[in-house]
Design a protein around this ligand. Structure first.
Ligand code: UD1
Ligand code: CA
Length: 458
């Protein structure tokens, strides 16, 4: 049976008290709207139609091409919202799944169960209900004496007796599509001036048609986001789900309560995450790494067998067997090749450090390309900015940069060269040449005997 999906996301979300549309508030680093879209896509294999309204331009941009958008303006209620999608969908499918973007925790299994139940239902709709100790804010599911569903009553219209009902409407349904399109125009405006989708349930039962209601097995899935308190509750559930998933996959998380892993992060087996670690964005981490404590990594690629301690990294690439920290900072475009050692208080931006480079202490490397096995002495700085433009520094293989060297870019230093401690290098240095002083001048050629024991810092 062909299934189409409508996700309702046009509401203002007033109770968030935010200039950001509600459905764009992030959960585990990803805008809320993406959760319902991804889940229904995984279940139905189809892109949903998303009904947008409040902040439509912003929301549409974030949705991109993973779903089609229709704009509901003005927003006259949930039935009106579904009606807005009719030009895109009417006649296209046998079943119509309706869900809301502010219910991001509903699992694929739940949607699956709802769809399967409706496939076997001779009647026109299956709805998803939940039992919660605190029913506040939900429509109540009213059942007849024989236990079948009669209707849904919104909180504002409910009698004191009905307010006591603990079976609640999640606002997620699977409809016989043809039936839904035929009854939507029959819905009358509510005392609040809105057209309620919940009225379809009463319309069905009044016509003697069977309404199925399945209950959520895990009430946690029903957390709907209306306030930032709910947002934090949902965040906690997602974080626990994500952490558990990685532990099952073979990642050690020493303290899940203080480990924050984004929804789209990947982590290899036998990697250990120490407390207070944040892995964000499209970060990919290999196997056998030790990350943290106190580390923040965003949009980075990290190879196998790396150790990263108390470090902040963004948009960087790190190959295998790299050690960073404590207190490293890798910025956009940093690329550390295999076996690089970067000790405390180093910063690297837009630079390639070749295999085996050692950069032990207090250095800034920006806009540089550094050859294999170069030693960067303590306190070395690439002076890459002249106040107007950025300039490049290139250093050849095996070169030894003495402690506290200032590399005034643009600058080319050859292979097997050396700079003396405290040198301020303003001119290119040929291969096999030792330079010293301020400004640095060639002193002599590098010779085997004299230079075997290098007197830098390691
Ligand atoms: C709705 C249900 C209620 C249910 C609750 C569960 C109705 C009338 N009530 O109430 O029975 O218990 O959800 O959370 O359906 N929306 C639009 N366009 C509109 C109005 C709303 O797209 O014109 C969207 C909202 O953005 C939201 C969803 O529909 O994603 C639900 O709307 P909301 O106003 O939050 O309904 P509730 O009062 O929560
Ligand atoms: Ca709601």
């Amino acid at each position: 049976m062909k299934i189409a999906t409508v996700i309702l996301a046009a509401g203002q979300g007033t109770r968030m008290r935010s200039s950001l549309p509600k459905v764009l508030h992030p959960l585990a680093g990803k805008p809320m709207i993406h959760y319902s879209i991804e889940t229904v896509r995984s279940v139905t294999g189809q892109s949903p139609v998303v009904v947008i309204g409040h902040g439509a331009d912003m929301v549409e941009k974030v949705i991109g091409d993973v779903a089609q958008c229709v704009v509901q303006h003005p927003q006259l209620g949930t039935a009106h919202a579904v009606q807005t999608a009719a030009p895109r969908l009417a006649g296209n499918s046998e079943l119509l799944l309706v869900t809301a973007a502010d219910m991001p925790l509903i699992s694929p299994q739940t949607y699956q169960r709802l769809i399967e139940t409706q496939k076997n239902n001779p009647g026109p709709v299956t709805m998803l209900s939940v039992e919660l100790p605190d029913p506040h804010g939900f429509g109540r599911v009213v059942r007849k004496a024989d236990g079948t569903v009669e209707c849904i009553v919104e909180e504002a219209q409910a009698t004191p007796e009905q307010l006591k009902i603990r079976e609640l409407n999640t606002a997620i349904y699977c409809f016989n599509a043809k039936w839904l399109w035929s009854v939507l125009p029959l819905i009358k405006v509510s005392p609040k001036g809105e057209y309620y989708l919940t009225d379809t349930i009463g319309i069905a039962t009044a016509a003697g048609l069977a309404v199925q209601a399945i209950r959520l097995e895990d009430p946690e899935e029903a957390i709907g986001i209306n306030t930032r308190v709910h947002l934090a509750e949902a965040e906690a559930v997602l974080r626990r789900r994500i952490n558990q998933r990685w532990m099952i996959e073979g990642v050690t998380i020493v303290d899940p309560a203080t480990t924050y892993i984004g929804a789209d992060v990947q982590i290899g087996q036998d990697t250990v995450l120490w407390p207070n670690t944040y892995l964000r964005g499209k970060t990919i981490i290999g196997c056998n790494c030790t990350i943290g404590p106190n580390t923040l990594i965003e949009d980075c690629q990290i190879g196998d067998d790396c150790t990263i301690l108390a470090t902040v990294m963004e948009q960087a690439v790190v190959e295998n067997h790299v050690e960073i920290g404590p207190f490293g900072h890798l910025r956009k475009g940093a690329h550390l090749a295999e076996g690089v050692h970067m000790g405390n208080f180093g910063e690297v931006k837009n630079s390639y450090l070749g295999p085996g480079v050692k950069m032990g202490h207090f250095s800034y490397i920006g806009d540089a390309t550094i050859g294999k096995d170069v030693n960067i002495g303590a306190g070395t700085i690439t002076c890459n900015f002249d106040g107007v433009r950025k300039h490049k520094t290139v250093i050849g293989e095996n070169t030894f940069i003495g402690s506290d060297t200032m590399l005034v870019a643009p600058l080319n230093i050859g292979a097997n060269a050396k700079t003396g401690a405290g040198a301020v290098v303003t001119h290119d240095v040929p291969d096999n040449t030792v330079v010293v002083g301020v400004p640095a001048k060639p002193l002599r050629k590098v010779t085997e005997e004299k230079d075997r024991a290098q007197n830098g810092t390691r």
